[in-house]
Ligand binder design. Structure first.
Ligand code: ATP
Length: 345
C-alpha cells in the first residue's frame, strides 16, 4: 500500500507502556491528527514514526518498506516541532535552504528553492530578512517551508500551533490544511486541540492511555463516537445513562427512546447526545421534566443548563431557535432518537 502503516506498535519505558499495540493504516496524501489528553502517547507515537524513538515492538511501514530500522535522516521526513527550532542567526532564506546546502546544492538552487517555498507559505520576498524580526505566524511559516525543502514523503508536526494566539492559530490551521492538500503530502499532526483536529484532518486518531480509542473522519468521530471517552473528548456532549426493561424497551431519564437497543451483553451503557440536538420546550407528558439552572448567551449560540433527574443536560440553540427561559423555570426536554448514540460507558 502506498502510505504509512503502523503494525502492532508498542513503546515501553521501563514497565510503563506509553504506546500500546497501535495499528493504523494511512493512505498516501492523507492528513492525520493524533488527538488525546496529555500523556496519552501522541508525541511518543510521532517520534517513533520520525525514527527518534525505537518501538519496543511492532513495525513502521512506509510505501511497503519496513522503515523501523532506518535512521531519521534517511526516512525522507519533514518535521516541525513546538519550539520551531529555527536558526536565529541565519536569514529566512538560509534557514529554509539549510538542508539543501548540507546536501551540496548550488547557491542558485538553494535560492530558487527558498523563493519557491516562501511563495508557497505566503511570504514571497522574505528570504533576506533576519529570523529574529519575524512575527510568530511568520516564523511558523518559515519552519513549515524549511521542513518541506527536501520534498519529504512524510510531514510530521508536533503541536505546531501551540505558541500562537487563538486567532492566528485558526488561520494557520486553514493555511496548513490548504498547503497540505496542494502538495498531497502524507501529514501527521499531534494536537490536544479537538477543534484544530476537526479543521485539518482527513483522519482523526483519538488516543487514550497509549491506545487508539477511535480512528475515523472528523464527522464520524463527532456523530458516531466509539465510546464515552471519545464522545466526551470531541466537542461537548451529554452522557446519560440508558436502561432497558425486560421487554428490551430502552429509556433515558424515564423517556422511552424507540429503536434504541443496548449492545448485546451490556449491563450498563450511556447515550451521547450533542447539546445542539437536545430539544427544549414546555413541560409535557412526553418530555423529560427539568429545571433551568443557568443560561449562557454567547451571541451566536445560547447554552441552557437544565437539571433533570439528578443530572445536568446542556442544550444549545441558535438565536433563531431560542426558547426564552431563565434559571428556575420548569422545562420539558426531548431527545430525538436519531441523535442518540449508544456508547460503552
Ligand atoms: N523518555 C521517556 N521516559 C519515560 N517516560 C516517558 C518518556 N517519554 C514519554 N514518557 C511517558 O510516556 C507517556 C506518553 O508521553 P507523550 O509525550 O507521548 O504524551 P503526549 O500524549 O504527547 O502528551 P502531551 O500532550 O502532554 O505532550 C507519558 O506518561 C510520559 O511521561
Amino acid at each position: 500500500m502506498s502510505g504509512l502503516a503502523l503494525q502492532d506498535v508498542t513503546k515501553q519505558f521501563g514497565d510503563f507502556k506509553a504506546v500500546d499495540n497501535v495499528n493504523l493504516s494511512v493512505p498516501h496524501g492523507k492528513f492525520v491528527c493524533l488527538l488525546g489528553p496529555s500523556g496519552c502517547g501522541k508525541t511518543t507515537l510521532l517520534r517513533m514514526i520520525a525514527g527518534l524513538e525505537e518501538p519496543t515492538e511492532g513495525a513502521i511501514v512506509l510505501d511497503d518498506e519496513d522503515i523501523t530500522p532506518v535512521p531519521t535522516h534517511k526516512r525522507n521526513l519533514g518535521m516541525v516541532f513546538q519550539s520551531l527550532a529555527l536558526f536565529p542567526h541565519l536569514s529566512v532564506g538560509d534557514n529554509i535552504s539549510y538542508a539543501l546546502r548540507i546536501r551540496g546544492a548550488s547557491r542558485e538552487e538553494q535560492k530558487r528553492r527558498a523563493e519557491e517555498l516562501l511563495k508557497l507559505v505566503h511570504l514571497p520576498g522574505f528570504a533576506d530578512r533576519p529570523v529574529a524580526k519575524l512575527s510568530g505566524g511568520q516564523r511558523q511559516r518559515v519552519a513549515i517551508a524549511r521542513a518541506l525543502a527536501l520534498s519529504p514523503k512524510l510531514f510530521l508536526l508536533d503541536e505546531p500551533m501551540s505558541a500562537l494566539d487563538a486567532k492566528l492559530r485558526e488561520s494557520m490551521q486553514v493555511e496548513l490544511r490548504q498547503l497540505q492538500q496542494r502538495l498531497g503530502i502524507t501529514t501527521f499532526v499531534v494536537t490536544h486541540d479537538q477543534r484544530e483536529a476537526m479543521t485539518m484532518a482527513d483522519l482523526v486518531v483519538v488516543m487514550g492511555e497509549g491506545r487508539i480509542r477511535q480512528a475515523a473522519s472528523p464527522i464520524e468521530i463527532y456523530r458516531k463516537p466509539a465510546d464515552a471517552f471519545v464522545a466526551d473528548f470531541i466537542g461537548s456532549t451529554n452522557l446519560l445513562d440508558i436502561s432497558a426493561d425486560s421487554s428490551g424497551c430502552s429509556s433515558v431519564l424515564g423517556q422511552v427512546i424507540p429503536d434504541l437497543a443496548l449492545p448485546a451483553g451490556t449491563a450498563k451503557a450511556s447515550i451521547s447526545i450533542r447539546p445542539e440536538d437536545v430539544h427544549l420546550g414546555k413541560p409535557g407528558p412526553d418530555a423529560i421534566p427539568g429545571t433551568v439552572t443557568f443560561v449562557r448567551d454567547l451571541g451566536g449560540t445560547i447554552e441552557t443548563f437544565v437539571e433533570a433527574g439528578g443530572t445536568t443536560i446542556i442544550a444549545v440553540a441558535t438565536p433563531r431557535e431560542r426558547v426564552d427561559v431563565a434559571p428556575g423555570d420548569p422545562v420539558g426536554i426531548t431527545l430525538p432518537p436519531e441523535a442518540c448514540v449508544v456508547v460503552k460507558a
